[in-house]
Write a protein that binds this ligand. Structure first.
Ligand SMILES: Nc1nc2c(c(=O)[nH]1)N[C@H]1C(S)=C(S)[C@@H](COP(=O)(O)OP(=O)(O)OC[C@H]3O[C@@H](n4cnc5c(=O)[nH]c(N)nc54)[C@H](O)[C@@H]3O)O[C@H]1N2
Ligand SMILES: Nc1nc2c(c(=O)[nH]1)N[C@H]1C(S)=C(S)[C@@H](COP(=O)(O)OP(=O)(O)OC[C@H]3O[C@@H](n4cnc5c(=O)[nH]c(N)nc54)[C@H](O)[C@@H]3O)O[C@H]1N2
Ligand SMILES: [Mo]
Length: 762
């Protein structure tokens, strides 16, 4: 019997139907109860016209232009030997003339599922093998929290690791406050590939439980329709003020849990003094919070009182900290949970991101599958990911980051594989200027993305269905065999092989490959996984059997898990990894940064671009740029499934009917969204479940720059703010963004993003 061919993506595992060497269709993984139709995009997209057919070099670069026309030029096909010689030559030149810190290889991005062929990991491994590079730390998802939360909680597990289980919440909690809701669209994906979409089960369990759910968000549909949830409509970026008022009320009314505060935290008095206005004369009470959040004071008081004495779970979407001063909301939530007294009690306390990604709150599978190590970076310089444009534009400038100083090196060469900065970064017109600064930009990609169109040398990479790999995530029960279904499309090659051949040219092949090829590494990866399972007394088969079976299922662990339970039971024996061993409501190490923005406890700082700003008179709508429901970021944007969510190939922007009426915009009208940084086009959808004054435009549309200002497509990041969350976290602050919207009656400009750029003859 022919083996079933299987593969996996960040949006789920699937089986491949291959006929005559072509991928003609896919079927969902048989154990996935709720597969997403996005998996069907594979059959369509692997041979899409947007695949990069061969290695290409930008014509102007070949003729000596070092960046001026980057992003506008045509491309010339070259053979692989020539392309690799050019790339190796440039790496060697920059390394010997300027040092390896002049090579920027952070290469942020999700790339593809599959742990071996993870392009970003391989980029780092390769660049380390040739002497290192300037890298990137933290991430776009929760960078602000990731940087500073360890100072307050001892680690960053509360954002991404194994969270308090849904079972525990549904069985034990009375109330769940969900800041940013629990939007079902985000549960399509997990990084690395996975077997099961379980969110509808969790949601049903929640609906059938007696848990009172409160969705605190500018958007009612952030909690799925048809499920019981109260909606508290709040102005974007103001949640910290609401949480501070809730905490202030608990203390003012003597409702706080003094015993838990004493046992689990340090530093409450300084915070309470601030809440009571001792340090700045402003009492952070309900009336104060109403002025900022738009939530009526009476409702705030009622909400605070309704929490006291109840078993409460507090959660917030990751989006809340992708805003100016986004650190504060997470810190304030941890403090509120401490004041309520239930941290570590079954199903209670706080944890971030239940609505942000699939599998948070699953049982603790801890599936032990991992890929290659990146090795050590001898350069030792890394910027916070979202400071990429600053890095390129301002060599020599020094910034503060999480208590340290960092000076930007002078970048001469950029190498990107597995990410799309012209999707993920903010203020793209500025990023475009930044991308014109280095001497050489190398991009390795399967598709003609906006980033590939800003490269000098473009190397075509395979997709997962063209190679063998092993996928999986620690939060899901399945280790997944990923079989090669078809031959590489066009002249594309695996990232691994590209790097191995480049390493060869730079005398580092052995360091990169350790003498192994794809098959050799897959055996090593499986054997490590099998050994780790064995240490937990879980028996797994040998490689051949695993490969034939197509997956291995990790047995169900005990479901009950609540974060901080051991710490609560024994705060001295199971100390947190903070300076005090406790939750630091006041952090001496943050206070010692002498940053005027950070007194050392949670603090309200106005996010500058928000509905309370002076700028809102000119740009009166707060633009939220959520994750797209029909794709992963920019991936598969050109597929039928993604395009079916567009109108006239533009994204849908959601507006409140009153805001639309005031601007003469009707449902289905085309609009131009603009601010001082840029403009783009979208199609209006009216929804009275959105707070007036707010607009929502999903990310992930291609970038089709016209004139340094207008994007002919709907890329939200031409509008967003390119500024760190603060000197503490330096995270992405995309959700702090004001815009104006007007009806667009003109003819729609032609889009170039759904066809390759001009490809000329040499
Ligand atoms: N305005 C705004 N912007 C945001 C956000 C927001 O909320 N608002 N969210 C941010 C967040 S959380 C994130 S994580 C980022 C995501 O940003 P990215 O991760 O950069 O976005 P992707 O579109 O997933 O880019 C992955 C790229 O890898 C390529 N790729 C896939 N497989 C392979 C492979 O095998 N080899 C190679 N070489 N390439 C491959 C894909 O074709 C794609 O171009 O966006 C951020 N940007
Ligand atoms: N389908 C799909 N799912 C995805 C992704 C994808 O591209 N496609 N990307 C994945 C990735 S990389 C990540 S990091 C996660 C991100 O997960 P999140 O950051 O949670 O996702 P968002 O969609 O940006 O935001 C969730 C909701 O928060 C609300 N919100 C925004 N700002 C505020 C605010 O200031 N206050 C309040 N109360 N609410 C606010 C918005 O209405 C939004 O719908 O999503 C993952 N899931
Ligand atoms: Mo993310």
């Amino acid at each position: 019997m022919a083996r079933i061919l299987r593969s996996a993506s960040h949006w789920g595992a699937f089986r491949m139907q291959v006929e005559d060497g072509r991928l003609v269709g896919v079927q969902p993984f048989e154990h996935d109860p709720h597969p997403t139709p996005l998996i069907e995009a594979w059959a369509e997209m692997v041979t899409s016209p947007l695949r990069i057919a061969a290695p290409f070099v930008r014509r102007g670069w070949l003729n000596g232009d070092r960046g001026a026309k980057r992003g506008e030029d045509d491309y010339v096909a070259v053979d692989w030997d020539k392309a690799l010689d050019l790339v190796a030559g440039e790496l060697g030149r920059v390394s010997s003339h300027h040092g390896n810190q002049a090579i920027f290889g952070g290469s942020y991005g999700w790339s593809s599922a599959g742990r071996l062929h993870h392009a970003r990991t391989l980029t780092h491994r390769f660049l380390n093998a040739i002497g290192g590079f300037t890298g990137q730390v933290t991430n776009y998802s929760y960078g602000a929290a990731m940087a500073f939360l360890p100072r307050v909680l001892g680690n960053a597990e509360a954002i991404g690791a194994l969270l308090t289980g849904w079972d525990e919440i549904c069985t034990n909690a009375d109330v769940m406050l969900a800041f940013g809701g629990i939007p079902e669209k985000n549960w399509e994906v997990i990084s690395g590939g996975f077997g099961r979409h379980l969110y509808p089960e969790h949601l049903r369990q929640l609906a059938e439980s007696r848990v009172r759910v409160v969705n605190i968000s500018p958007f009612r549909r952030d909690f799925p329709e048809g499920y019981p949830a109260e909606w508290v409509a709040i102005r974007p970026n103001t949640d910290a003020a609401l949480v501070m008022a809730l905490t202030q009320i608990l203390f003012a009314e003597g409702l706080e849990d003094t015993a838990a505060i004493d046992r689990l935290t340090v530093g409450f008095p300084a915070y309470v003094a601030y809440l009571n206005g001792k340090s700045d004369g402003v009492v952070k009470d309900a009336a104060w919070a109403e002025g900022i959040t738009g939530v009526p004071a009476q409702a705030i008081v009622a909400l605070a009182r309704s929490l006291a004495g109840k078993k409460v779970m507090l959660t917030a979407a990751w989006s809340l900290q992708r805003a100016r001063h986004g650190e504060q909301i997470y810190w304030a939530i941890a403090a509120l949970a401490a004041a309520l007294g239930q941290i570590g009690q079954p199903g209670c306390g706080f944890a971030f991101g239940y609505g942000s990604i699939n599998a948070l709150g699953n049982p603790r599978y801890e599936t032990p599958i991992s890929g290659l190590s990146t090795g050590r970076n001898p350069v030792g310089i890394a910027i916070p990911v979202a400071r990429v444009a600053d890095l390129l534009l301002s060599p020599g400038e020094t910034i503060r980051f999480n208590g340290s100083s960092l000076t930007y090196p002078d970048i001469r060469l950029v190498y990107w594989a597995g990410g799309n900065p012209f999707h993920h970064h903010q203020d793209l017109n500025r990023l475009r200027r930044a991308f014109r600064k280095p001497e050489t930009v190398i991009v390795q990609e399967p598709f003609w993305t906006s980033t590939a169109r800003h490269a000098d040398i473009v190397l075509p990479a395979t997709t997962p269905v063209e190679r063998n790999d092993i996928g999986g995530s620690s939060r899901d029960a399945f280790v997944l065999a990923m079989h090669q279904g078809i031959a590489p499309v066009g002249q594309s090659r695996n990232d691994y092989d590209i790097f191995a051949d480049l390493a060869e040219r730079l005398q580092s092949r052995e360091a990169f490959t350790e003498g192994r090829d794809e098959t050799g590494w897959l055996h090593v990866m499986w054997d490590r996984c099998r050994a780790a399972l064995g240490r937990r007394s879980i028996e797994a088969p040998d490689f051949d059997r695993f490969w034939e079976d197509g997956y291995f299922r990790v047995p169900e662990p005990p479901a009950a898990y609540t974060m901080y339970q051991r710490f609560r039971e024994d705060p001295d024996g199971a100390r947190l990894d903070t300076a005090s061993g406790r939750i630091e409501v006041f952090s001496p190490s943050v206070a010692a940064m002498e940053d005027p923005e950070q007194p050392g406890h949670p603090v309200w700082r106005d996010p500058e671009e928000w509905l309370g700003a002076d700028l809102a008179r000119r740009y009166p709508l707060h633009l939220l740029t959520p994750q797209p429901p029909r794709r992963l970021h920019s991936q598969m944007e050109a597929s039928r499934h993604s395009r079916a969510g567009k109108r006239h190939d533009r994204e849908v922007v959601t507006l409140h009917p009153a805001d639309a009426r005031a601007r003469g915009i009707g449902d289905g009208d085309m609009v131009r969204i603009y601010n001082a940084r840029g403009a783009c086009l979208a199609c209006a959808e009216l929804d009275d479940g959105l707070l007036p004054g707010v607009a929502r435009l999903p990310t992930g549309a291609g970038f089709d720059p016209q004139d340094g200002y207008l994007d002919a497509s709907s890329n939200a990041n031409v509008l967003t703010l390119d500024k760190g969350t603060s000197q503490l976290g330096q995270g992405c602050a995309a959700q702090s963004c004001l815009v104006e919207v007007e009806r667009f009656d003109g003819p729609l400009p032609a889009l170039s993003i759904f066809a390759p750029p001009p490809l000329g003859a040499a």
